[in-house]
Design a protein around this ligand. Sequence first.
Ligand code: AMP
Length: 281
Amino acid sequence: MIIVKKINDIKKLLGATAGKDVKRGFVPTMGALHAGHISLIKQARVDAGLVICSIFVNPTQFNDPKDFEKYPVTADADIYLLEQAGCDILFMPPVEEMYPAGSKKIHFDLGFIETVLEGKYRPGHFQGVCQVVHRLLDIVMPDKLYLGQKDFQQCMVIKKMAGMYFPSLQVIVCATQRESSGLAMSSRNQRLSDQQKQQAVTIFTTLQYIKTHIQPGALTDIQQTAWHFLETSGFSVDYVAIAAANSLNPLDNWDGQEKIVALIAAFLGEVRLIDNITINY
Ligand code: AMP
């Protein structure tokens, strides 16, 4: 695996395959890699001739400065995991390379999707995500982009941005990888104590409860029950939402036919966790 820090260097490297029939598969990450990230690399390895991963903890997507400061960094372990998974190029730019002084920010017209759920609770977050992913796509120019369903809303946002700026890009959403307990793998789990990791499983069991018990009709009761499960397990809940899977329009009522998604965001101590489950999908 070749490790590159400068934009000019990765462009030169990629230039060597330009014009040849080598498909580029790209996995953008913020590092502190786990088996969830690696599942995306492995899928890219199957589909693409050249697999590129980026590690960049993007300051513009953190609305909480403490969350940014405490974001785990495990570069040596990340490099080892990527090499084992068959990644070809790792792009690890410093902040000043991605955001040189005076660089202009695009405002992305994301519409409704950035006003709800993560967009509502983390103002500016999705503009920051689009800012960095747009820059990375512009540098790497991949054919295929691999994202995790764990960040359901982020997948929708990036698909929308890509549709506007990179219409030929294929976006591939990969299944959420979980611990054997059901806890969705996340870099932020490293900040949980062993006891908190056990408590955190309640997010998944609550999502499963919703999936198993949901009935056509009013959804208020099931959402309240889910909220109660989480609070009694020690979470401070941002939202428990049931929404249309293709738009993220929140639903109070379900016709039993529509494809929907249940989504949870909740704090355990200082650590904010998110997860989701699709229903009737
Ligand atoms: P992050 O490093 O958290 O920005 O995540 C980088 C990519 O990995 C995003 O597309 C995430 O959705 C994806 N990802 C994170 N956790 C998981 C997981 N548990 N399973 C599958 N993909 C994941």
